[in-house]
Design a protein around this ligand. Structure first.
Ligand SMILES: [Zn+2]
Length: 247
């Protein structure tokens, strides 16, 4: 399926290149200049003492529906769909409702060129349609009890769904939510820009077994490569604890 998909992509690129004539193909196929994910390089980050606080209204327990999205390549994932209005955050006076969370392997964002084993994306939307995604890097370590009811039985087949009751949404994130913030895009087609990204500086862990359970479903990975920063500003409140740790 992947090679057929690649062939189709190459055919599309060939057509686009032909249509573009002497113009560089990238001007026709480039989805934009403010894309995600990115490599969060220390030298390109503006560290500040305080960023606007995120107020979390995540519930103690929520019933989610897992959905193996079944699309090819980087679009495929297992998504946990959250009931409308069950969870939200407020940032700078705007309320963003948690719509779904899902995973990528390996991580999409990098920190100083380091890719984590996985990354979780919590996708939030405001009433005006604007999107805010919280990215959480996942390293191999202790088993994750909050995610165990999900990872113990991931829907393996494309299109398969499974309800999971009582997921402790309020315990999904690390205690320290210092972060890197920038404006980027969706990491899957149509790569829509104007997405607010909050990538947490501190990872959560999954056990080797839990990570393998996900990777077994997406053996070739389901992550987009990092995209150029193109002069965008990345703000962070994560630098204050590790002055002198320069790399
Ligand atoms: Zn994602």
């Amino acid at each position: 399926m992947v090679s057929a998909c690649l062939a189709a992509l190459l055919a599309t690129l060939a057509v686009v290149t032909a249509l573009a004539g002497a113009a560089p193909a990238s001007s026709s196929v480039d989805p934009g200049s403010a894309q995600s994910p990115i490599d969060l390089r220390r030298s390109q980050i503006t560290f500040v003492n305080h960023l606007p606080a995120i107020r979390f209204s995540y519930p103690r327990k929520a019933d989610v529906t897992l959905n193996n999205t079944g699309s090819p390549g980087e679009e495929s994932t297992v998504r946990a769909e959250v009931p409308a209005g069950a969870a939200s955050i407020t940032l700078s006076g705007t309320r963003y409702t948690l719509q779904q969370f899902h995973w990528h392997t390996p991580s999409e964002h990098e920190i100083n060129g380091h890719r984590s084993a996985m990354e979780m994306h919590l996708v939030h939307g405001a009433s005006d349609g604007s999107l805010l995604v919280i990215g959480v890097l996942i390293e191999q370590g202790r088993a994750n009890r909050v995610l165990e009811p999900i990872f113990a039985d991931l829907p393996a087949a494309a299109g398969e769904t499974r309800p999971v009751a009582g997921v402790r949404i309020d315990d999904l994130l690390p205690d320290d939510v210092s972060s890197y913030r920038y404006t980027g895009s969706l990491t899957t087609p149509p790569f829509t820009e104007g997405v607010q990204w909050i990538v947490l500086a501190h990872p959560i862990t999954l056990s080797k077994h839990q990570i393998h359970a996900f990777q077994a479903l997406f053996e070739e990975g389901n992550s987009r490569e990092v995209q150029p920063l193109n002069g965008r500003k990345v703000l962070s409140d994560a630098g204050r604890h590790n002055h002198g740790d320069r790399d």
